[in-house]
Design a binder for this molecule. Structure first.
Ligand code: GAR
Length: 200
């Protein structure tokens, strides 16, 4: 049984969908939900599903190592970003090489980078009169939305779409695919081993 941690900053509908998907699996479970926003709805959703939550501040992510300590404490094998808006620090990326993924609500490399998230992405797709959008699931590296792409799928954009209706279509794709991709990846993982200073 692998332990998954979710990092999220917002509403957390993907996080809840992933928690529910793994609630009756013997491959993996969501063991920890961490957020950089104390009031984020994702924390309430996780608590309602009896998942342990952790709030962290900027320096606890980038300087003091609190987040990495929690990941170690709960023996986390795999990290899932679901609406998380900060870059992951290099020490976590090194410890979790090939074990951190993100979902982006567009077809990367289009509409990626700092500041491109959620509704802003959908508004830009509509402003540009694109005929299609979609989702991208990718590995996380030290740059915004630049890690290797694992999976993409498309959805038609209609002339009548609004940012909200496009967000709904994209969310549906996310709910359908993200948990399955996570499962495909975690079942293939070798045991996690903490890398010492020479290996990390
Ligand atoms: C999702 O659509 C996800 O793709 C997007 O934030 C939304 C979170 O929704 N992520 C990004 O834009 C990352 N750049 P949720 O909180 O309801 O799961």
């Amino acid at each position: 049984m692998r332990n998954i941690a979710i990092l999220a900053s917002g509403t957390g509908t993907n996080a809840e969908n992933i928690i529910k998907y793994f609630s009756n699996k013997n491959t993996a479970k969501v063991s920890l939900v961490l957020s950089n926003k104390r009031q984020a709805q994702v924390l309430k959703r996780a608590e309602e599903n009896n998942i342990r939550t952790v709030f962290f501040e900027h320096k606890e992510f980038y300087v003091t190592g609190k987040v990495l300590r929690y990941l170690m404490l709960y023996k986390i094998d795999f990290i899932v970003l679901a609406g998380f808006l900060w870059l992951v620090p290099e020490n976590i990326i090194e410890q979790y090489a090939g074990r951190i993924i993100n979902i982006h609500p567009a077809l990367l490399p289009a509409y990626g980078g700092k500041g491109m998230y959620g509704e802003i992405v959908h508004k830009t797709v509509l402003t540009n009169k694109d005929k299609e959008s979609g989702i991208t699931i990718h590995y996380v590296n030290k740059f915004y939305d630049k890690g290797d792409i694992i999976f993409q799928t498309r959805v038609k954009v209609d002339p009548s779409d609004t940012p909200a209706s496009l967000a709904e279509k994209v969310h549906s794709l996310e709910y359908l695919h993200y948990p399955k991709i996570i499962e495909d990846l975690v079942v293939k993982l070798p045991d996690f081993s903490f890398k010492g200073p020479d290996e990390a």
